[in-house]
Design a protein around this ligand. Structure first.
Ligand code: ZN
Length: 133
């Protein structure tokens, strides 16, 4: 009995390519989780500094701005983390490599450039130009 189900060929991708992409997604997820922790710690430290010292005026404004920046980074990382997690889930289900919108192959080059891609280039293009699919 095998413990690890071998990744079957999906969307014209060889098991080897899939394994490499999976490895990159897992590494990316680890990196994102580590960065999130660091950002949350920074946010907590800044918040307690602001509350404890009662910074007013320019200094308080600067602290708030720094918070906004950290929060924006957290939002960005959250979205990326969700995309990476979803891609790993699709791999698990054997759905990886197919556009989640039109069902076409996403294509090896695009997946190698962006392993978490869930749309083919055509759908991505429409999304970017029209703002919706
Ligand atoms: Zn598509």
């Amino acid at each position: 009995m095998t413990v690890d189900t071998p990744l079957r060929a999906q969307a014209g991708l060889e098991a080897e390519t899939l394994a490499e992409l999976k490895h990159r997604l897992l590494a990316h997820r680890t990196e994102l989780l580590g960065r999130e922790d660091a950002l949350r710690a920074r946010l907590a430290a800044e918040e307690s500094a602001t509350t404890n010292t009662f910074v007013a005026g320019a200094e308080g404004g600067a602290a708030a701005e720094a918070d906004d920046e950290v929060i924006a980074m957290l939002h960005h990382d959250d979205a990326e983390l969700a995309a990476v997690t979803a891609a790993l889930a699709r791999m698990q289900e054997g759905q990886y490599g197919w556009c989640t919108h039109c069902g076409e192959e996403i294509g090896r080059a695009r997946l190698q450039a962006l392993p978490q891609a869930e749309l083919c280039i055509a759908c991505q293009d429409v999304l970017e130009h029209r703002g919706a699919l």
